[in-house]
Design a protein around this ligand. Structure first.
Ligand SMILES: [Zn+2]
Length: 669
């Protein structure tokens, strides 16, 4: 019943309706304003002398009351009253200007930090028009102050968030707040800082006081100016809304058929288009777009979760050991293999892991995808590395561990929602406890992965007999210098403390490389600390780390940076294994097999079966040929980006970009 044409029409109709509503709302506001204008009584004649002074604003009121005591009301002259009223009105206008500036301030904070290509003129103009319209809705100015009060009070927090995390509040923050319990919310509020809370309270006071003052003084728009503001503002609103009107083609062209495509689009999309995209980061007009985008992405997630509701692995642990069991999966981010000292890199980027007993480094690991949202699900599920769909009709290893009686945890410094995140959050939500520790998304500095160690301590301190803990790190995500504290800024010059970090300028090659290596050095610290904690437990413990994809760093003569370029450096990733002594005693032969495969050709597909095997968990339809611990393990073709055999593909000389070789072409057919 959900044909492609049907969905395309539905989308077209939805978009059209949204815009019609927007246009109607602006028109309605204008009509309402005109009616109010007609109904408005003339501004009351200001009471003369002392009475007027007593009804003046608090600030001016105090001054005038004091004066009044010294002067006889009888000799209070009309001129004095006029002068006092003029002063009071000047102060009111100044405070009014301050109030408007506070509501507008988040835009200026973002303007300071936004990339040069970020939309600027339209969002600034649109928000100014919005503020003007809000004040011009009624002839007296004071109702507008009340109307904007919630936005004014939130504005200092928004400015603080933007300046601290390098990006306005967004879907990420809404997702975090959803996962946050009351005590965590309290700690976030404390994290805001006393100054910000005071500023918010001060703004609240200012707004309430200003509204009363403006009302008492009877300040009102001159009729013609207000009409001009309403008409021109309304027209501007209509023009901004109308630029998204679907005039023919474009948005209706939904290429994929069926509800699956629709849901997958929501899982990996949630990107607002048109004026929504332009206004998204502006304040306050961006707020409804942020909430709408959040709700849409949540709906996509909920639909995907509903489809997996009845799925079961039939998982069990036939020979459960008496000892405590703790298994940890660390998902790395942008962990390029050849920049790890353990893989022969000339710099000491992994010194701690290099001297940690029991660490096994896998030297030939390929991620099936150069995109986080596609590669991480291959680690977590039985999804074939070659499967090009976003959605896979099975749950993840987290559910398998849960079914087998483990308490499961997902601790993350990444995002709970978003284009790159929702397809992973789908699995994170399977855990008994899911915690997102980073108030910032990956585009800002935020917290370091070290925050995961504190969360890990708290989980380990619970001493539950069976635990699975997934740590989803930010690893070496660009901006690399944002991923490690000052004390790890060893390779220099780096981008640490600089605001001009760019991934796209080849003249930054050495800064990029140094910053990147520092982030690996910090990952080394986080992994070594996690292993240290597991080692102290006296438990059957294992840790498996694998990065989601690699990175290009303007290597040699290659003009590429970042990932997703189909190069060998996109796919070769770092991966290590560690196990406790008691686990080794219980599983000596599997451990020997794992050691013997340390340089075998591996992919993300090995994570799921190896981790289940490490915990001795059996599931329906078990395929032991994938587990590195199993006798039956066999190497398999390593598919990347769903289309190329990594080992068969030809490399170009400049960037080691993979080109489909004859063998690969045959295999694809
Ligand atoms: Zn990634």
């Amino acid at each position: 019943m959900w044909t492609a044409t049907g969905i395309a029409h539905l989308t077209l109709i939805q978009n059209f309706c949204r815009k019609v509503v927007l246009v109607l709302a602006v028109a309605l506001a204008q009509v309402a304003a005109l009616l109010l204008n007609l109904l408005d009584p003339k501004p009351p004649t200001a009471p003369r002398g002392g009475v007027f002074l007593l009804r003046s604003t608090c600030l001016t009121g105090f001054t005038f009351r004091a004066k009044q005591r010294n002067a006889s009301p009888v000799i209070q002259t009309e001129a004095h009253a006029m002068q006092a009223r003029a002063v009071s009105r000047t102060i009111l206008w100044v405070l009014f200007g301050l109030y408007v500036l506070i509501v507008f301030l988040p835009n200026l904070a973002w303007w300071k930090l936004a990339p040069v290509d970020a939309p600027f003129a339209t969002p600034m103009a649109a928000n100014l028009v919005f503020l003007l319209l809000a004040f011009a809705l009624t002839r007296p100015v004071w109702p507008g102050v009340w109307l904007l009060l919630p936005l004014a009070v939130l504005a200092p927090a928004e400015v603080f968030y933007t300046l601290t995390y390098g990006h306005p509040s967004d879907v990420h923050l809404l997702g975090i707040l959803r996962e946050t319990n009351l005590s965590e919310a309290g700690s976030y509020a404390r994290g805001l800082g006393g100054l910000v809370l005071l500023t918010m309270l001060g703004t609240l006071g200012l707004g309430m006081w200003l509204a009363r003052g403006l009302r008492a003084s009877g300040l009102a728009w001159p009729g013609r100016i207000r009409l001009l503001v309403l008409v021109s503002g309304g027209l501007a609103g209509v023009l901004i809304a109308a630029q998204d009107l679907p005039l023919g083609e474009a948005e209706a062209a939904g290429p994929e058929p069926g509800r699956q495509a629709e849901m997958e689009a929501r899982l990996t999309g949630g990107e607002t288009s048109g004026s929504g995209r332009e206004l998204m980061n502006s304040y306050p007009l961006g707020l409804p777009f942020r909430v709408a985008s959040y709700l849409e992405q949540r709906a996509g997630l909920a639909e995907a979760q509903a489809r997996l509701q009845d799925f079961s692995f039939g998982a069990h642990q036939p020979a459960a050991p008496a000892a405590r069991q703790v298994h940890v999966l660390v998902i790395g981010e942008t962990g390029r293999a050849d920049h790890w000292q353990l893989n022969g890199y000339a710099r000491a980027t992994t010194p701690r892991l290099a001297r940690t007993p029991g660490v096994v480094n896998f030297g030939d690991v390929v991620s099936n995808w150069a995109w986080t949202r596609m590669s991480v699900p291959v680690m977590l599920t039985r999804k074939p590395g070659r499967d090009r769909n976003v959605f896979f009709a099975e749950r993840s290893l987290i559910s398998a561990f849960r079914e087998a009686g483990f308490r499961t945890y997902w601790l993350s410094t990444q995002s709970p929602l978003g284009k790159h995140d929702s397809s992973i959050a789908l699995y994170a939500d399977e855990a008994d406890e899911t915690r997102y520790l980073n108030p910032a998304r990956y585009s800002g500095p935020g917290v370091y992965d070290g925050a995961l160690l504190e969360a890990l301590d708290a989980v380990l301190a619970r001493r539950e007999p069976r635990q699975l803990i997934v740590l989803h790190t930010l690893g070496s995500h660009f901006n690399y210098a944002d991923r490690y504290p000052e004390s790890f800024d060893v390779f220099r010059p780096s981008f640490k403390g600089r605001s001009d970090a760019s991934l796209h300028d080849p003249s930054n090659r050495s800064e990029l490389r140094n910053s990147y290596d520092n982030s690996i050095l910090y990952t080394d610290h986080v992994l070594a600390e996690a292993i240290d904690r597991l080692n102290r437990l006296d438990a059957h413990a294992t840790l498996l780390y694998m990065a989601d994809h690699g990175e290009n760093l303007f290597d040699d003569d290659c003009p590429k940076s970042g990932h997703g370029h189909m190069t060998e450096r996109d796919f070769r990733v770092a991966s290590i294994w560690w196990n406790s002594a008691s686990w080794a005693r219980a599983r000596p032969e599997p451990l020997t097999r794992l050691h013997s495969r340390r340089n075998a050709p591996l992919t993300a597909e090995h994570v799921f079966p190896t981790l289940l095997d490490a915990a001795g968990i059996k599931i329906d339809g078990d395929d032991e040929t994938h587990s590195l611990l199993a006798q039956a393990w066999r190497p398999r073709p390593r598919w990347v980006q769903g289309e190329l055999d990594f080992d068969a593909a030809v490399r170009d000389v400049q960037c080691l970009a993979l080109v489909s070789g004859a063998h690969a072409r045959r295999a694809i057919k």
